[in-house]
Ligand binder design. Structure first.
Ligand SMILES: Nc1ncnc2c1ncn2[C@@H]1O[C@H](COP(=O)(O)OS(=O)(=O)O)[C@@H](OP(=O)(O)O)[C@H]1O
Ligand SMILES: Nc1ncnc2c1ncn2[C@@H]1O[C@H](COP(=O)(O)OP(=O)(O)O)[C@@H](O)[C@H]1O
Length: 197
């Protein structure tokens, strides 16, 4: 419980920052299996937005799990807490006027819903990087699937831990049917409308 905390009302609002930046701020939240293409997509999207002069920042495992969320593992509870803190950070970035690109497995519907509630559904764009498990396993970019199959990594998403595909994502990318370039161009067009003031 938060006791004896009285909120201070700051004079500069999100709207002021959006006006200054000349675009809305929101979170583009990529979800998908390990190796589905989340980081590849997130990175390309950020580059595309940046090129257009949009203020952006990327959150992903590298800067979150090794810093803020150091010590959290891959149990259901730890993933829940991982995703909750990411959503709280993303909310601050949105308030700061920044288009925030988040790429996390975020395997459970409940945790993605929580993120949407924290960030606010009007500021939240859920992108499902829909790549079949067989393809991710075949790619095995980091060699983790092989280890997970051997039982050397526990609770591995898709193998020994669940992934619940989003039922109604705002946007879906099927990486086996579409090139990364095509998908990002389509996503950029989709976002353009939402980014307008
Ligand atoms: N047990 C297990 N299950 C899934 N993934 C694992 C696991 N152990 C380590 N990794 C590596 O951690 C990356 C996923 O971290 P996330 O923070 O995105 O996961 S989650 O949202 O909390 O579920 C994930 O990165 P990506 O491959 O980029 O998805 C893995 O490299
Ligand atoms: N259309 C595509 N979109 C994204 N990634 C693709 C695509 N086709 C092949 N890949 C490859 O799949 C791998 C995805 O890895 P990565 O982006 O790190 O996934 P994740 O962040 O979901 O773990 C990369 O090696 C990437 O080159």
């Amino acid at each position: 419980m938060t006791k004896n905390i009285i909120q201070h009302n700051y004079s500069i609002s999100k709207e002021d920052r959006n006006k200054k930046n000349q675009h809305q701020s929101l979170v583009v939240w990529f979800t998908g299996l390990s190796g589905s293409g989340k980081s590849t997509m997130a990175n390309r999207l950020e580059k595309r937005l940046f090129r257009e002069g949009i203020s952006t920042y990327s959150l992903d495992g590298d800067n979150i799990r090794s810093g803020l969320n150091k010590g959290l593992g891959f149990s259901r509870e730890d993933r829940h807490e991982n995703n909750r803190r990411i959503a709280e950070v993303a909310k601050l970035f949105v308030d700061a006027g920044i288009v925030t690109v988040a790429a996390f497995i975020s395997p459970l519907e409940e945790d993605r819903e929580q993120a949407k509630d924290i960030i606010g559904k009007e500021n939240f764009v859920e992108v499902f990087v829909n790549t079949p498990l067989e393809v991710c396993e075949e790619r095995d970019v980091k060699g983790f699937y092989e280890k997970a199959r051997k039982g050397e990594i526990k609770n591995f998403t898709g193998i020994s831990s669940p992934y619940e595909p989003p039922e109604n994502p705002d946007f879906e990318i099927k990486t086996v049917e579409e090139s990364a370039e095509e998908a990002i161009e389509r996503l950029y067009q989709f976002l353009q409308q939402k980014l307008k003031l």
